[in-house]
Design a binder for this molecule. Structure first.
Ligand SMILES: Cc1ncc(COP(=O)(O)O)c(C=O)c1O
Length: 463
C-alpha cells in the first residue's frame, strides 16, 4: 500500500520535539510506528522529497532517517524505488529492560486467569466432550451448548436472543475481522470512536477502509456527529460499554437517540466489568438492527479465545460462507468450557470486580503521589484509565519507559493521524504494589525525558 506524505506526516505526530539530531528522532519515530503495527509491513513510504515537504524539513534529514532504518532492516530501499517497510530478518535486539524479569508491562489491559474456576470448567468440558466425537468437529457457527449459553447470557441482560442469532468466534477480535470481511469493501467509509481499540483500527485499515473518526471526549459521544459521520458509512464500530481506552459508558439517552442507518457493530467486550453502577442496557435494545460482538476475554480470561457475534441469522449465514478463508471453526473443548462458565454466571464475579476496584484505587493513588499533573478521570467500569499529560510526548515516553522498567501504550496507538500524543492508557489489571512500582518508574522515565535521556526500545504488543 502506497502511503501519501500527509498520511505519514500525520502518523509521525510530534516527532520534531525532543533532544538529539532530527534524523535520529525521525528514524526512532518511524521504527516505533513499524514495531507497534501502525505502519504495516509492505507499506510504501513517500519519496524523500515529498516527505521533506510535508514535514517542513530537509531532504537530507529524511534520507538519513531512511538510511538508518534500512541499515537496521526496517526498510527496503532500492535505487529509484520508494522505501518499503519491512522487519529485520533477525528479531530486533531485545533491550535489557525487556529481558529483565522485573519489567512491569502496562501495555496489556487483560486480567490473569481465575485458576480454580477455569480448572473446574475444563474438567466439566472434558466430561461432555465424548458427545461430540461422532461428529467431524468443524462447526462454523459453534457448538449448540455454547450458542445456547451465549443466547441465555444476552437474555439475562434483558435482550431476548435465540441460539440461531449467535455465531461463536475465536474472540471478539476475530468477530470484528469476520464482520469487516463481510461488510466492508476497499475505500468504504467506516465510522469509529476516536480514540478506539487499536486492533480494530488495524483490522479496518487492512481492509482498506477509510476511517471516519468521531471524538469520544471526556463528556462522551455526540449524537449529531455520529449521525453525520454514519450517513455515508458502510459500517460503524462503537464500544459504548466501558469503552477501551477511556472507560466511558454511553448514557441511556444517547443510546436511545442514536439512529444510525449503516450496519452498526457494537463491541460489548467490557460490558460485564461494571464497577460502580449496574451493567449498561444492551445497545441492541435501542437499535434492534445493531450487531453485537463480545467475548469472555476480559470477564474471564483472554487465553480461552472465545467470543461471539449476535446478528440476524441471514448475516451469520453470509459470514459462515466466507469464514473458511480465515478459519474452520473454534476449538470444541474451549467452547464447552466457556458454556460451563457462562451457565454458572462466572462473567460477573463480585470478588473479581472488587479486586479490580481495589486496583483502580491503587493506581489512582499512585498517580496522585508520583504524577500529580497527569489528568486521569475515574471510569465507572472496564479496566483502563485514559490519562492526559499537559504536553504531547507520550510516544517518546513509551520509547524510553522500558529503560526504567515499565512498558506503556502511548496514546497515538488508539487513534489515527498521530492524535493523542498527550495521552496514555493505564490498565488496572495488576496487583496494587505492582501498579505503584510501575507508576513510580513511569514518573522516573518522564523525568529522564525532560532531562533529555533517550532510549532505543521496541514497543510491546497490545491487547
Ligand atoms: C474493545 C475490545 N474489543 C476486542 C478486544 C479483543 O478481545 P478478544 O480477546 O476477545 O479477541 C479487546 C481486547 O483488548 C478490546 O479491548
Amino acid at each position: 500500500m502506497k502511503l501519501g506524505s500527509h498520511t505519514v506526516a500525520g502518523m509521525l505526530g510530534t516527532w520534531q520535539e525532543g533532544p538529539g539530531p532530527a534524523h535520529r528522532r525521525l528514524s526512532d519515530r518511524l521504527r516505533l510506528l513499524v514495531l507497534d503495527g501502525r505502519l504495516t509491513l509492505g507499506s510504501v513510504l513517500p519519496s524523500e522529497r515529498d516527505l521533506a515537504a510535508a514535514l517542513g524539513t530537509s531532504r537530507t534529514t529524511i534520507g538519513a532517517a531512511y538510511r538508518t532504518l534500512a541499515e537496521h532492516g526496517y526498510l527496503t530501499t532500492r535505487d529509484r524505488a520508494r522505501a518499503t517497510v519491512r522487519l529485520p530478518d533477525e528479531a530486533p535486539p531485545q533491550p535489557t529492560a525487556h529481558t529483565n524479569a522485573g519489567t512491569i508491562d502496562l501495555s496489556f489491559a487483560a486480567p490473569p486467569a481465575p485458576v480454580e474456576i477455569l480448572h473446574a470448567a475444563f474438567a466439566a468440558a472434558l466430561q461432555q466432550l465424548p458427545r461430540h466425537f461422532e461428529r467431524h468437529g468443524y462447526d462454523r457457527h459453534g457448538v449448540a451448548e455454547l450458542r445456547q449459553a451465549v443466547a441465555d447470557w444476552h437474555g439475562r441482560r434483558g435482550l431476548p436472543t435465540s441460539p440461531g442469532q449467535i455465531m461463536i468466534t475465536n474472540g471478539a477480535q476475530h468477530a470484528l475481522s469476520l464482520l469487516t470481511r463481510t461488510l466492508v469493501s476497499p475505500r468504504d467509509k467506516v465510522l469509529i470512536d476516536h480514540p478506539t481499540y487499536p486492533h480494530a483500527i488495524k483490522t479496518l485499515a487492512e481492509a482498506r477502509a477509510r476511517l471516519v473518526p468521531v471524538a469520544v471526549t471526556s463528556s462522551g459521544w455526540d449524537v449529531e456527529q455520529l449521525h453525520a459521520a454514519g450517513a455515508s458509512a458502510a459500517m460503524a464500530y462503537l464500544i459504548p460499554d466501558f469503552h477501551n481506552p477511556t472507560g466511558l459508558c454511553m448514557p441511556t439517552d444517547v443510546r436511545h437517540n442514536l439512529k444510525l442507518t449503516c450496519p452498526t457493530v457494537i463491541d460489548e467486550t467490557m460490558t460485564d466489568l461494571a464497577l460502580d453502577e449496574p451493567s449498561p442496557e444492551p445497545f441492541a435494545l435501542h437499535m434492534p438492527a445493531a450487531v453485537s460482538i463480545g467475548s469472555v476475554s476480559k470477564s474471564i480470561w483472554g487465553g480461552l479465545r472465545i467470543g461471539w457475534i449476535r446478528a440476524a441469522p441471514s448475516l451469520l449465514e453470509r459470514i459462515a460462507q466466507a469464514r473458511p478463508a480465515m478459519d474452520l471453526g473454534t476449538p470444541v473443548v474451549e467452547q464447552l468450557a466457556a458454556a460451563v462458565l457462562l451457565n454458572k454466571h462466572q462473567t460477573r464475579r463480585p470478588p473479581a470486580l472488587q479486586e479490580l476496584k481495589t486496583q483502580r484505587n491503587a493506581l489512582r493513588r499512585a498517580l496522585n503521589d508520583y504524577l500529580p499533573d497527569l489528568h486521569a478521570p475515574q471510569p465507572t467500569g472496564g479496566m483502563t484509565l485514559w490519562a492526559t499529560f499537559p504536553a504531547p510526548f507520550t510516544s517518546r515516553l513509551a520509547t524510553i519507559a522500558p529503560d526504567h522498567g515499565v512498558i506503556i501504550a502511548a496514546g497515538p496507538r488508539f487513534g489515527i493521524g498521530g492524535a493523542f500524543e498527550r495521552n496514555i492508557r493505564l490498565p488496572y489489571t495488576l496487583p496494587p504494589n505492582q501498579l505503584t512500582h510501575a507508576i513510580r518508574r513511569l514518573a522516573a522515565a518522564r523525568q529522564a525525558l525532560s532531562q533529555g535521556t533517550t532510549g532505543t526500545h521496541r514497543p510491546a504488543p497490545i491487547a
